[in-house]
Write a protein that binds this ligand. Structure first.
Ligand code: PEP
Ligand code: MG
Length: 578
């Protein structure tokens, strides 16, 4: 019996992170260089090894050309530009001369030589004299990864057939990997590692791709090319389904699609059941290609634009002009509706291949987000200049992530004022009164909110990190996923505290973490006085449905219950009952 047949109808279980049913063929995606081994090439085979390397360079060049055309067609010219750079890089003496010479000099295999040269340059990034090489190190990395995958005959995200039905199976996905999957054809994403609020999972939801994480040892058990079905709602993967299973899931898929259509019809209904309240359902945007989805689901604006993902997608820092074009386009596409642009939230699980970020042992507790910007002020100022200049074209707001104390707000605002003065001196047109808000995602900020509430214009509660930091649970780790409990009384009390303080001081506030897009929590958040919910566009119809069906009495009952709730289960049961 073939391995494929042994696996017929075999079902794997994991954590459900993105709803929907997907049918497709399994593509194994390798996400790191762990598979690169070092071996010696005898002198008689050195020419063959160099030929193997040169053939890979030519083939990858061809793939870049095809990708450039495809990405330009499907995602846009801007995103396709990276491939022009990649062509140039492949023509660089680094790939044309240095690598083949090193293969010959060291008698080692090509993939190993690429890896060792690359890590040498990355380690000495700050000391590289050659300016061209220094500027190009991020691109060289991108191209090197591509070449290594090719030499190892692995899958690479942009190699996934754009017209095939692919279910990606990976050990783990980084946001950079997921963002490359902004493909129409993707039918599912399954990983061995990862949590519900990891950025890779968030991206899967925003792409409306069914996804499951935390499926143990999956890579050892599935075969590339096998037929499979993903049920993102149940958190299951069925490999080699028989006809009965296929029929069952086809029916389920149809029911799911019908329900989605019903919900979309509700988007046209005004919310009038909550007297004296104006509820706004806003979009979290990770990628400009999601703007269309936000409009499709009638978002009231953008409550969170994760700017760092643009940098990650291109594997490099974007200059002021490049950023300006992205922000202006986003702002204009929402006319006068608000667009909250969050300044770079790098670190944690969102790495750029630079500096020492990835070497920290606790990256979520380390050099992350505003901590980086306050030290690397040129990066911060470049981004602020781009946002300010774009602010002339609509209704933009600036959001500062990962604030833990008033001092960070004061330091950030000082830099903001310097940038304003600089732009004014150069007679740029921009909104002098642009609102500046902060994210509440660290418990200290929630507890001490009154110490800085008068220094800011608005608040956005980032429940993804707030839960992680309050409960000391890594949001990316499937092993502790059971401890990641949004209904923990400690978490709810912090959210309530922030909401009460904002209401008392008349400061606008919203929730932009994943709780805002999960219908289980909608009434609870409404009961705490939250009116602005920012979420993946695809979640808007379901949240709107809950808002339309609730009543002021029900919300009051929940609010009363919150104060004396002492356990997660008790609150969970109560919310399911009301
Ligand atoms: C959050 O922490 O809730 C949030 C919205 O930010 P991110 O998920 O990007 O960390
Ligand atoms: Mg966060």
């Amino acid at each position: 019996m073939s391995e494929d047949l042994q696996l017929q109808n075999q079902t794997f279980h994991g954590i459900s992170v993105s709803e929907g049913i997907g049918f497709g063929k399994i593509v194994i995606y390798r996400t790191d260089f762990d598979d690169v081994t070092e071996y010696t090439i005898g002198p008689e085979r050195i020419i063959d090894e160099i030929d193997r390397y040169s053939a890979a360079v030519n083939e990858v060049n061809l793939i870049f050309m095809n990708n450039q055309k495809r990405v330009a067609r499907e995602i846009g010219l801007e995103n396709a530009k990276i491939y022009e750079t990649y062509h140039m890089i492949l023509d660089d003496p680094f790939f044309q001369d240095e690598i083949p010479s090193a293969i010959r000099a060291e008698n080692k295999n090509a993939e190993y030589i690429i890896c060792s040269k690359l890590s040498f340059y990355e380690k000495h990034f700050n000391t590289i004299q050659d300016e061209y090489l220094r500027e190009r190190i991020f691109d060289i990395r991108g191209v090197s990864r591509r070449l290594i995958y090719h030499l190892l005959q692995g899958e690479y995200p942009d190699q996934v057939e754009s017209d095939g039905a692919n279910i990606i199976v990976a050990r783990e996905l980084t946001p950079a990997d997921s963002i490359h999957f902004h493909h129409k054809s993707l039918k599912g994403l399954i990983t061995e590692f990862g949590g519900r609020t990891s950025h890779a999972a968030i991206l899967a939801r925003s792409m409306e791709v069914p996804a499951v994480v935390g499926v143990k040892d999956l890579l050892k058990k599935v075969v590339a090319g096998s037929e499979a079905i993903v049920d993102g709602s149940e958190g299951t993967l069925i490999v080699n389904p028989n006809q009965e299973k296929k029929n069952f899931y086809l029916l389920k898929k149809e029911q799911y699609a019908r329900r989605a259509e019903d919900l979309i019809r509700g988007l046209g209904i005004p919310i009038q059941n909550l007297p004296d309240r104006k509820i706004n359902l806003l979009a979290n945007i990770n990628e400009p290609s999601e703007i269309g989805l936000a409009h499709k689901y009638k978002a009231d604006g953008v409550g969170l634009f994760r700017t760092e993902l643009q940098f990650i997608a291109k594997e490099q820092f974007l200059n002021e002009e490049e950023q300006f074009v992205i922000y202006k386009d986003l702002i204009e596409k929402f006319n006068s509706k608000e667009v909250v642009i969050r300044v770079l939230d790098l670190g944690g699980d969102k790495f750029l291949p630079f500096a020492d970020l990835h070497r920290e042992s606790n990256p979520f507790l380390g050099w992350r987000s505003i901590r980086i910007l306050l030290m690397e002020t040129e990066i911060f100022k470049t981004q602020l200049r781009a946002i300010f200049r774009a602010s002339a074209f609509g209704n933009a707001k600036i959001l500062i992530p990962m604030i833990s104390s008033r001092e960070e707000i004061i330091a950030s605002k000082k830099i903001i004022e310097e940038v304003k003065a600089e732009l004014a001196a150069k007679h740029f047109d921009f909104n002098q009164q642009i609102p500046v808000g902060v994210m509440i995602e660290i418990p200290s900020a929630a507890i001490a909110i009154d110490s800085f509430i008068n220094d800011i214009d608005f608040i956005s509660i980032g429940t993804n990190d707030l839960i992680q930091y309050t409960l000391a649970v890594d949001r990316n780790n499937e092993k502790v996923a059971n401890f990641y409990q949004p209904l923990n009384p400690g978490v709810i009390h912090l959210i309530k505290r922030v909401a009460d303080s904002c209401n008392a001081h008349n400061i606008p506030f919203s929730v932009c973490g994943e709780m805002a897009g999960d219908p289980l929590y909608t009434q609870l958040l409404l009961s705490l006085g939250i009116n602005d919910f920012s979420m993946q566009p695809v979640s808007i119809p379901r949240i709107k449905d809950v808002v339309l069906k609730t009543t002021a009495e029900r919300l009051e009952a929940i609010r009363n219950k919150v104060d004396d709730c002492i356990s997660v289960n008790e609150l969970h049961e109560f919310l399911c009952d009301v």
